[in-house]
Design a protein. Structure first.
Length: 150
């Protein structure tokens, strides 16, 4: 893909990242959730919260012509907390590159994440295995997963 760039997150990206992940969340997860759950997500991932919290983490942004098409976030404790890709760019390896970058940034031998129902197949293809029962986080279904790295 021409002009495809992977780069680290900057404070000035906060608004665009917030808008992007809320859009993707609503598109794939929101239609199966209550209004309260969607509202919780939107409030949690507003520009201000992202600006305040995400600079402390590993965040990878994928862009084409300065337009965000993918975002991933991981914490230093071994948790990948987000991976979102625009549906027009899914199945083109962008999510895999994001996850790979996050795994390399974390530098742990075990990586954890909570998958949405929609992303389970994607994470399994990358070597993640379920490690617990489905749980609800403010009404949002999540599946705990783990990957052991060599």
């Amino acid at each position: 893909m021409e002009n495809l760039v992977f780069r680290t997150f900057k404070k000035k990206d906060s608004r665009k990242v917030s808008e992007f992940i809320i859009k993707i969340f609503k598109e794939f997860n929101g239609k199966h959730l209550t209004k309260e759950s969607v509202k919780f997500f939107v409030e949690t991932y507003n520009k201000e919260n992202i600006e305040k919290k995400w600079l402390k983490n590993f965040v990878i942004i994928s862009e084409i012509n300065d337009k965000i098409i993918g975002v991933g976030r991981a914490k230093k404790d071994g948790w990948i907390t987000h991976c979102y890709v625009d549906k027009r760019f899914m199945r083109k390896g962008i999510g895999s590159v994001i996850i790979n970058n996050l795994e390399n940034s974390i530098k742990k031998n075990k990586i954890f994440l909570n998958s949405s129902p929609y992303a389970l197949k994607f994470y399994r293809k990358l070597g993640y295995k379920r490690c617990g029962n489905k749980k609800l986080y403010n009404g949002i279904p999540l599946y705990p997963m783990i990957k052991k790295l060599d």
